[in-house]
Design a protein around this ligand. Sequence first.
Ligand code: ZN
Length: 430
Amino acid sequence: MTHDEIMARVEELIAAGETTPREALDEVNLPMIRHWAEAMGDTNPRWASVAPPAMAQVWTMYGLDPHRPAADPLHGTMQLLDEAGFTSVLATNSDQTYARNLVPGERPAVTTRLESVVGPKQTGLGEGYFVTTQNTWWVAASDGRREAVATMTFRVLKFKPASRVDPAQTVRPVVNRDTAFFFDGTANGELRIQRCNACGLLRHPPGPVCPSCHAMDRGHVVASGRGVVHSFLVHHAPQVPGKTLPLPLALVELEEGVRMVGAVRSPDGTEVAIGTPVHVVFDRIDDNLTLASWSTSEPPPAAAVEDRASDLPMSRIAITPTLIVSTALATRDFQDVHHDRDLAVQRGSKDIFLNILTTTGLVQKYVVDWAGDDWRVTECSLRLGAPAYPGDTLELSGTIVTRTDGEIVVDVIGAVSLGAHATSRVTVQR
Ligand code: ZN
């Protein structure tokens, strides 16, 4: 299927507009709320009588049965892109608003429309299309009309997964008198730039003689590890030992002013483009070789957790397989990447990972636990970054953006060892 054929079908799906309302399988009910709260570790007593706003989407999630109504535009787009070879999916953004809390006995219905399909884009995960849908949840009002209770703009990256390869097969660089300092650095988590000890000029790639003053006395400085893509290409063929294709390769301009060539990956699906901010990551191949490459995701916070600026008390959540699986089930998300490790790996992931409905729930719980029980989440805008895998820790920190008697806006960062897992803005009102 060509790009033009994909986009022609997309135009039809967009033109079809909003779907007819699809009712939740169950009324809002206390057992499902309790399962959700237990899995999230959310002990807020309010959930004994109303549903958490973050559950809005849960009520109308499809079940285990993989069949979907033909009219569902998100499903239609997924199917179309599946057929075109873009078989993997990653949620990237979820922006939700909540008019009020749902109460037990209400049966919400959802309408969906396809807003846009943008692509193909080169991302560090592979080539893909960004698919954006708009959802509205409704309940029947007493006067026979319907009341919108929640909305969501949802964006996913649908991509061709890169084939998995053995990194140990990688082509090994020549390590000699001129370059040994560089690889000693990467082995110790440092990106080193050669410096002329006579005139101070920084230079890369390393060499024996200063190109400016011709001195041979040389040392190095440790770079910040941050830069921007100055230029790039995407290598599609032939296969390179130990590398997944397509492989974005960039000339990165470092903050220190020198440029380095390296592979770029984007665990968060960010498109690789000129000007894209990147930070160095170190790939340990074996005891004798660690390579430097570049990542588009937010870098891990430099400061220790205790030292990071946070108006809200920091919160640490252990990411266990039990948390990932129990919250996936409690949010009625039966995607195999959230419970089946083998299938997750087959789809290009390292392991099972936390789903976006859970991240949304944990971020909202974090803000409400701090703000107090009389505050209600009205908006939550969330961008997903690095995945949260088992064995990692999710560290939540929050800074107050605005605060009045009736409304607080908080920016919440959820960091994992790979970088920012979630960057979000939460509005609470009372
Ligand atoms: Zn010099």
